[in-house]
Design a protein around this ligand. Structure first.
Ligand code: COA
Length: 188
């Protein structure tokens, strides 16, 4: 009997977007099972807690059919992939700008565990311009993000920003450890 092919799709997913959902459903045409692996440790200062990121991804993907599992992971990604009994890492490529980072990540992971292969899928053109960061940036300023994220994510973003105390977690495109603030304006 042919062995089941499980691909591990790792990311911060802060939060999951329709770009991720689209990639997962296309990957399902190739692999038997996709494990959406939500990173516990990340230098990105996530807006959502690990539990929230996992919960949102589960809710968003519950109607996407069988063979999709969402779970958190910590520690070294390649060790987790091996523990999960897989040898396939799945990543999405949106633009040339992703390439350098993804190339580095794939080669480092390969150096750490040679048997693990990284498979890249091109993101559908309609999601080329979105990222979790740009969606948070728009949502934090009241922008309409309808259609760019699953409904549960849209609601959660609105709830977070309605509280008004999370703008620090939403650097607009510029990676920052300190968040951003307009001169003379103070954020909580
Ligand atoms: N459509 C739209 N946007 C997409 C996308 C798609 N198909 N695929 C990715 N993106 C966006 C995401 O929204 C995200 O945007 P953001 O940077 O604004 O948050 C960005 O592209 C990439 O994020 P994501 O896919 O969530 O992955 P990541 O780069 O945050 O994940 C890990 C990095 C988790 C894989 C990496 O840090 C890791 O392996 N950590 C574990 C520790 C480890 O092993 N480290 C050593 C690695 S050598």
């Amino acid at each position: 009997m042919e062995q089941e092919r499980t691909a591990i799709y790792p990311g911060t997913f802060d939060p999951l977007t329709n770009g991720h959902v689209s990639l997962i459903s296309r990957a399902k045409e190739i692999f038997d099972q996709i494990v959406v692996a939500v990173a516990a440790e990340t230098p990105k200062h996530p807006l959502f807690t690990l539990e929230e990121r996992v919960q949102l991804a589960r809710e968003a993907l519950e109607d996407s059919g069988p063979g999709i599992v969402v779970e958190p992971f910590d520690g070294l990604l390649v060790d987790y992939v091996a523990q999960r009994g897989s040898r396939i890492l799945l990543r999405g490529l949106r633009a040339v700008s992703d390439f350098e980072y993804e190339f580095q990540l794939a080669l480092m992971n390969r150096k750490l565990r040679r048997e693990i292969q990284t498979v890249f899928l091109m993101t559908d053109y309609q999601w080329l311009y979105i990222s979790s960061t740009i969606i948070k940036a728009a949502a934090s300023l009241g922008g309409d993000i309808h259609g760019l994220v699953p409904a549960c994510v849209e609601r959660s973003l609105q709830k977070k920003y309605a509280k008004g105390d999370v703008r620090r977690a939403t650097p607009c495109l510029v990676p920052s450890t300190e968040g951003f603030a307009l001169p003379g304006k103070k954020h909580a």
